[in-house]
Design a protein around this ligand. Structure first.
Ligand code: AMP
Length: 425
């Protein structure tokens, strides 16, 4: 075993897997642009208070999952970002203290860090793709976010995903509901597991999404949050559901859906994948109007967004066989050298071909011609270009198509044109 291993919960991604990432990222970039979203990149760390204020101090993330450190003995604590929304809102408020243009549509693909117990589909460093629509409270904006997420899934060919949706009402609704829920759960307190007993005091709504079957049985009879929501909130939710039906996006209203972050209010949603085990959520999001004020804005800025876990997306796509047609592509041409004395000549040819836009490989290891041919095949090169004393003397080079074994003799100037022509679909 190598002396050093990657840190527990962190993974290396090698070129054979990176083709999948590039493919998915390409789909994300093209679908987000159809909806008018632009990319934002924010720092990998932020001041710890940002997450304490933004995500909420009773949440699992802030309570026990943050990687925080002091940059210097007298410095302010810094945390590796465990999610993106707080950082994006911080960046937005920093850049637009007066509010700026009314609608901002931003997307990101970013690495995140959470000190969770690693298991299948759960890492300590993982990647999310997400989008934030800042500035409008319209139910149409919520549906725009959900549609964007679902269109990415559709374009990737995913099937069998389930969209669960609920309304969390406003803060007042939730305060009222918390008390109702506590009264309902009080008689069962001793039957709850330890995690739920802890949540009973701090954040009882999180008991609703417990994965423990005994707890699930208890909460099945709990009062419904939707019944505590004021008529305006209910109307808004109905409008969201109506728009989703209009667009033929299937959903299930799930009264137990609460989401683990404090900044959500009104519509919240989650997508689960049948292909994932215990960690079955592939993405989720919702409205988070309260976040801006929590981060110091004088007025509440309505916003809605979602985040999708890239690793869980990849696991699901793998299980659904969606990478089958994705073949790695090799160099267009591999320059095969007859003898090492021609190395400088081969380098000049490679340079010329690369400058004309041809993906070119040369032998850097001083291998025999036979070994170079093996390497060209291993790399899935399209062509081999032979460079020997005769070719250099005559100026005519043999180009062999490695799929069909056809050969042609060409002058150097003609080679780029032939290779460009052959790589057309
Ligand atoms: P959250 O920000 O917790 O709502 O998570 C949104 C999505 O990110 C989840 O549905 C997962 O797909 C993914 N995710 C969250 N935490 C992890 C993790 N520790 N490892 C891998 N993926 C994660």
């Amino acid at each position: 075993m190598a002396q050093f291993q990657a840190v527990k919960g962190a993974k290396d991604i090698f070129p054979d897997e990176i083709v999948r990432w590039h493919y998915i990222e390409g789909v994300i970039r093209s679908v987000t642009s159809l909806y008018g979203f632009s990319e934002i990149r924010t720092p990998a760390f932020e001041y710890t208070e940002l997450f304490q204020r933004g995500i909420g101090s009773t949440t699992d993330i802030v309570g026990k999952e943050m990687f925080s450190f002091l940059p210097d003995p007298n410095g302010r604590s810094i945390t590796l970002r465990p999610e993106m929304t707080a950082g994006v809102m911080r960046a937005f408020l920093q850049k637009n203290p007066g509010g700026g243009v009314p609608v901002h549509k931003l997307f990101y693909i970013a690495d995140l860090f959470r000190k969770e117990r690693p298991q299948a589909g759960r890492q300590r460093q993982f990647t999310q793709f997400g989008a934030e629509l800042i500035g409008v409270a319209n139910p149409a904006a919520v549906v725009e976010a959900v549609s964007l997420m679902m269109q990415v899934f559709d374009t990737l060919g995913l099937h069998g995903l389930r969209l669960r949706i609920n309304s969390l009402g406003d803060l007042e609704d939730r305060m009222r509901y918390r008390e109702e829920l506590r009264s309902y759960l009080e008689p069962y307190r001793n039957d709850l597991d330890e995690a739920s007993r802890e949540r009973f005091e701090k954040n009882p709504m999180r008991i609703l999404d417990s994965k423990n079957p005994a707890v699930q049985e208890i909460v099945a009879g709990a009062p419904k949050l939707l019944d505590c929501i004021k008529p305006e909130g209910r109307q808004e939710f109905e409008k969201v559901l109506g728009y989703l039906s209009d667009r033929q996006i299937a959903f299930e209203v799930d009264h137990l859906l609460v989401r683990g972050l404090d900044y959500y209010g009104h519509t919240a949603f989650e997508v689960v994948s049948p292909e994932l085990g215990a960690q079955d959520a592939i993405g989720g999001g919702g409205r988070y109007d309260a976040l801006s004020k929590e981060l110091g804005s004088s007025a509440e800025i309505p916003a809605v967004g979602f985040a999708v876990g890239m690793e869980r997306l990849i696991i699901t796509m793998e299980k659904q066989g969606l990478f089958a047609t994705l073949s790695p592509h090799g160099p267009q041409v591999f320059i095969v050298l007859q003898d090492a004395g021609l190395e400088d000549h081969a380098m000049r040819i490679a340079d010329r071909l690369r400058r004309s836009g041809i993906m070119t490989e040369t032998d850097l290891a001083g291998r025999s011609m036979k070994a170079q041919m093996r390497e060209a095949n291993r790399l899935l090169a399209g062509f081999a270009l032979f460079v020997g004393q005769d070719e250099v003397a005559s100026g005519s080079y043999t180009l062999r198509n490695l799929r069909t074994s056809e050969q042609v003799a060409l002058e150097l100037d003609a080679i780029p044109g032939v290779l460009h022509e052959s790589s057309k679909p």
